[in-house]
Structure formats: structure tokens, C-alpha cells
Design a protein around this ligand. Structure first.
Ligand SMILES: [Zn+2]
Length: 344
């Protein structure tokens, strides 16, 4: 069984989490991931959509199996420049917008310039606005205060900022001594790191995969069509994405969640049952859940017409699409389950 190398996890995670990659702006992170994959000695190619496809020959070529994690994250885009020099915003994916109030952010212009700012409420000052506390924190009531001396729309335009520019907010990446990974975008960068750990391990120990295997680092998952680009020949697909926590759900930050059903309906019965058995046999901490408001890359591949069995596993993530958190134990259990499925 693969061992969980905490030091290596921390090193790779820091690298991946610190590379801004809002959905629609993922070329930097994909290049970073490809550098790792190249260094491990595996074949990969960047698809037209921007996703990275890794192809590995297995001991048995009777079928092609696949796994994936998504490299894109939630983010924002400049909707318009206001007459007062503030930036109006639109969301990329579905963040919990009240959690964005007061976050630091970076604006990436199309000509390669970078500016910093802060996301603030349109009623940001308690000494001025009567509704500073009560104002809605929906996206239209939030704006970017640029760290530049700007007083008008023209001032902002002179910086090269325009409608449609990418706005990435800070991750606050932290791993605590108690083993918590607390940062934005645990969904799904934790899974990206898990797959890189797996490939590092199999490469280093010259371990063969059971079947011909495709590993996808997809983009555009947060807007619903990430894995629509997967190979039509794959017959099984286990995607790695966040597990849900809350209400009556069994999931927690220390276990690998195995999803039986989400908004798109049930996952493949046989494949899901197999993953549950594997978790049990290997004494992994696991839970089985339904995710009430959730879509995954399995749905995207199904809608693209791939005839396959699909399943979903992942570490439980607290406060998803807000200030997220999981535990290294949950990451370890997920790593061990995907390793068992692909290798053991
Ligand atoms: Zn996700």
C-alpha cells in the first residue's frame, strides 16, 4: 500500500494552491502540473480545451480506466469599471459571495499585467453607510478597490484593466500542526495533489498500473463541462472531487467520502460497491453519502456521450465554496482508495 508522505504533500500542495487558476484561466496551473508529470516520466498532452491527459500503459490492456481531478477553481471576472474607479464583478463558478467580503485579490489583465486589490462591500465604511452591516453581500453589492491611485473609469483603463479580466482571490493556504489543510479551493486542488503524489510514488517505485489508464487534470469543472473531453474509449471512470459535510450527511474531514448519488442521479452501482468493498478491506476510514446539490465530472463525461461506469470519491470538505478545510487524514484515505483501485 502507498504510504502518505506528509512532507511531499506539503511541498506540492503549496506549489499548486499558490498558482491562481480561476475557471477559464488555467493555463499556468496546467503547465505546472505537466512539469510534475513530465518529471515523473509519464506521457501527457494538453488538450485543446486546456485539460491535461496522462496516458499510462497497464499490465492488462483489455480495458481503459480513468481518474481525474479538476485544476480550475472558483473565481471572479471584471464585469465593468465603475465611474468611481471601482470594479464591478461577476462570478466564475458558485462561490458563497458573503465570504468574499474583505478578501485580497489579484487582477490579471490580458496583456499580462497584474494588480492587487481588495473585495469590499458597496457600503464598506461603518462610519459612512447606515447599512454597512446589513447590506447584502451578493456579487452585485461587492466591488474591487484597486491598490492604485484611481478616481475614474479612465484612470483604471489606463492601467490596462478591461471588462472580462480575471480576478483571483487569495487562498490563505495553511496547513496546521494539527493536520488541517485550511485554504480556499481544497475543492479540488487537494485531489490534484493526491494524483501527483500517486504518480510520484508509482514512478519512483516503478509500479505498474492494472489496466491502461488515463489520468485527467481537467479545467472548466466549476462551470460543468470539465470532463466532457475524456477519451470515448474509457470504460470505468473514478473521479476525485470534494466530499460534502453537513446536515444528515455522514461525511467528515478525516474520511474518504464515496458518493452514491448527487444531483445528476445515482453513480454506477457495481463500481461504487467495489470502491466501498476496497475501502473496507483496506481498513480505510470511509463514508457513503448522497450529495444534495452537487454535480461532478462523471456527469460531464456522461453528457458528452461516454459509455462508462462512473464513480466519485474524495476527502470530506467543510464549508465548501466558502473558507474550506479538510484534514490530512481524509486526504490520506482518498489517496489510498484511488491507489487500491488503480494499482493494488
Ligand atoms: Zn470540485
Amino acid at each position: 500500500m502507498i504510504s502518505f508522505d506528509q512532507t511531499y504533500f506539503k511541498k506540492v500542495a503549496e506549489d499548486i494552491f499558490k498558482c491562481d487558476s480561476p475557471t477559464g484561466y488555467t493555463h499556468h496551473v496546467i503547465k505546472l502540473v505537466k512539469n510534475y508529470v513530465d518529471a515523473f516520466g509519464y506521457d501527457s498532452k494538453i488538450l485543446n480545451s486546456g485539460a491535461l491527459e496522462v496516458s499510462i500503459k497497464g499490465t492488462d490492456s483489455s480495458k481503459v480506466v480513468a481518474t481525474s481531478a479538476h485544476c480550475d477553481t472558483l473565481g471572479l471576472m471584471v464585469r465593468s469599471i465603475k465611474p468611481n474607479g471601482k470594479l464591478a464583478l461577476t462570478t466564475l463558478g458558485g462561490p458563497i459571495t458573503p465570504t468574499l467580503d474583505s478578501e485580497y485579490c489579484v487582477i490579471y489583465t490580458r496583456d499580462g499585467r497584474k494588480y492587487t486589490g481588495t473585495i469590499v462591500s458597496t457600503s464598506s465604511a461603518v462610519h459612512v453607510y447606515k447599512d454597512a452591516n446589513s447590506k447584502s453581500r451578493e456579487i452585485d453589492e461587492l466591488e474591487v478597490r484597486l491598490d492604485e491611485k484611481v478616481f475614474s473609469k479612465e484612470d483604471v483603463e489606463k492601467l490596462g484593466i478591461q471588462n472580462g479580466d480575471i480576478v483571483a482571490y487569495e487562498t490563505k493556504f495553511t496547513i496546521t500542526d494539527s493536520g488541517f489543510l485550511k485554504t480556499r479551493f481544497v475543492d479540488d486542488k487537494a485531489s490534484v495533489v493526491i494524483l501527483l503524489m500517486l504518480l510520484n510514488y508509482t514512478s519512483k517505485h516503478n509500479i505498474k498500473f492494472k489496466y491502461d489508464t488515463k489520468i485527467y487534470f481537467v479545467v472548466y469543472e466549476e462551470v460543468g463541462h470539465g470532463a466532457s473531453v475524456v477519451d470515448k474509449n474509457i470504460s470505468e471512470f473514478v473521479t476525485l472531487d470534494m466530499g460534502c459535510i453537513g446536515l444528515d450527511l455522514a461525511g467528515n474531514e478525516y474520511a474518504v467520502s464515496i458518493c452514491a448519488k448527487d444531483s445528476g442521479g445515482p453513480y454506477d452501482y457495481e463500481l461504487t460497491t467495489k470502491l466501498i468493498s476496497m475501502a473496507k478491506e483496506n481498513n480505510l476510514d470511509y463514508t457513503v453519502d448522497i450529495f444534495p446539490f452537487y454535480g461532478s465530472d462523471i456527469g460531464a463525461a456522461r453528457r458528452a456521450g461516454v459509455d462508462m461506469k462512473g464513480a466519485l470519491i474524495g476527502s470530506g470538505v467543510s464549508a465548501s465554496h466558502g473558507m474550506e478545510r479538510t484534514h490530512l487524514k481524509g486526504i490520506e484515505n482518498t489517496l489510498k482508495l484511488i491507489y487500491t483501485y488503480l494499482i493494488k
